[in-house]
Design a protein around this ligand. Sequence first.
Ligand code: AMP
Ligand code: MG
Length: 498
Amino acid sequence: MYPQGNACRLNKELNFKCLIFIVSNPFLTLTYEPALESLGDDFYDRVTAASFPQHRLRFRNDAVLPKLGLDAKNVKDEDFVEAFGLFEGVRPFLALRYHGHQIAGYGQVYNPELGDGRGFLYGQVRGVDGQLYDFGTKGSGQTPYSRRGDGRLTLKGGVREVLAAEALHSLGVKTSRCLSVVETGEDLWRGDEPSPTRSAVMVRFSRSHIRFGTFERLRYCQRPDLISQLLDHVITTYYPDIELDGDYQLRFFQALVGRVAKLVAQWMAAGFCHGVLNTDNMSITGESFDYGPFAFMPAYNPRFTAAYFDYEGFYCFGNQPAICRSNLEKLKTALSPILPVAEMDTALKIYETAYADHYIALMLRRLGIANTTALDPTLAEQLINQTLTCLATSQREYPSFFATLRQTFNPGWRDSPDLILENADLGEADWDQWRILYQQSLAKLSPAEFEAVESTLQYANPLTDLLRPRIETVWAAIAEEDNWQPFNELVQKLQTGN
Ligand code: AMP
Ligand code: MG
C-alpha cells in the first residue's frame, strides 16, 4: 500500500540510503491495509498532495504510538516529518467521496458538493488491539472536492484540533486523536483568523472517515448495491460483535443508535459543544471527530453556541442530543433503499432512553459516584437536575466546579452537607438544597462505593480546562513569539488529567 512508497520519494533508484529509510522509519514499515481502497473506486478519488515550502514538526502525539505498537523512544521527529509532512512524489492517496446535510439558518440543507476537500485517507493500519485505524490528513492540498477552497489547514486549526481531541480523550469521550502537526510555511487567508495566518498539515488517527454523509451520497447516486457493500464493510470492520446472519444490517443500525446516544451523552457531561454537527461530521463508528469551531462551554447554558456562523444557535450545546437523533434519521433515509424504514424507526426509539441512561451515569461519575445503581433513579435525577440548575443560575464555571469537587473532597461530606464545598465561591443559587441531595446520595453508597468516590472524582474531572481563553493564550504565544512551550505544557496537562 502506498505509504511505503514514501521512502523511495527521496531516492528513486532505491539505493542503499533509501533502504535505510525503509527500514528505519517506523511509520513507513507499518503494515498498511487497503481496506477502503479494495472496495473499489466508486468510493474515492485518487489524489496527490500539495508541495509545501516548509516542513516543521510542531506536534507529535507520543501517547498514540503504543496503539501502533511503537515506542516513542524509537521514533524520531524526522520520521514524523518524512511520513506525515513530505508527501510529494508519493503515489496517490484517497480523497473520500461524501455528501451531507449542512447547517443553513435554523436547519440543515443537503449539499451534494462535499467530499474530502482538504484531506485524504493516507492509510489504514491495525492497532495492537486488533482494530483497524485510519490515518487521515487535513490541510494536505486541493482535491476534486475543494470547490473554491485552497485545500489548506491553518496552523491554529491544527493546534485547536489537537487540543480538542486530547481534552475530550481525557474526559472519557470516544474521539479521534491527532498524530502529528507539521507546519508547512504558507500564508493563508481566512475570514475567521487574523490573516495572513500560518499553514499546517495534520494527521488524524481515527477509527474511520466513513460518515453518515458517505451513505447519503450513495442514495443520492441511486446505488443501493454500493450502500449494501459499504454497509457490510462497516459492519465487519467496526461492528465485529454483529453476527452476519438474519437482519444483521438492521442490528447494525440499532448498535449505531446506541453508540451515538452514548457519544452525545459523553459530550454533554464533558460540557463540549462540537459546533458543526453536519451529517458529514458524524462518523459511522459513533466516534467523535472533525473539530472546527468547537468550544467547551464556560458556564452551564443550553443555548451556548460554538460556531461563529451558527447565528441562530441551531447546533447549540443543548440541541446536540436532538440534532444527533435527527442526523440518525437522515442516515435512516440514506439506508432506506436497503433497510425497512419502520424497523429503523423502532430502533431509533431507544435513543432517548439510551442517551438519558448514559448521561445520568456520566454525570454521577463527575460527582464521584461510579455505580449508578447505588442510587434510586429519582434521587439520581434530582441530584443531577439540582446540580445543573445551580450551575445555570450561578453561572459558576462548569469545568472548575467539578475540579473543585475533586480537589476539596473529604469523607465528612457523607455525614454533613454543610461541609460540602464549604469554602468554595459558588455564586448565587440554591446550593444548600444541592448540598443536601449530594450528602443524601453519598450516604446511600456502600462503604466500598464511598471509598471509591475520591478516585472517581479524580479520573472523571481533569484539573485543566480547555475553555477558549486557555486556547487563545497558548495560541498567542505561538503567533507572537513562536513559543510552543505553553502549548506543549497544556497538552501534557490534558493528557495526564492534571
Ligand atoms: P468541514 O467544515 O471541515 O467539515 O468541511 C466541510 C467541507 O468543506 C468538506 O468538504 C471540506 O473538505 C471542505 N473544506 C473546508 N475547508 C476547505 C478548504 N480550505 N479547502 C478546500 N475544501 C475545504
Ligand atoms: Mg468535516
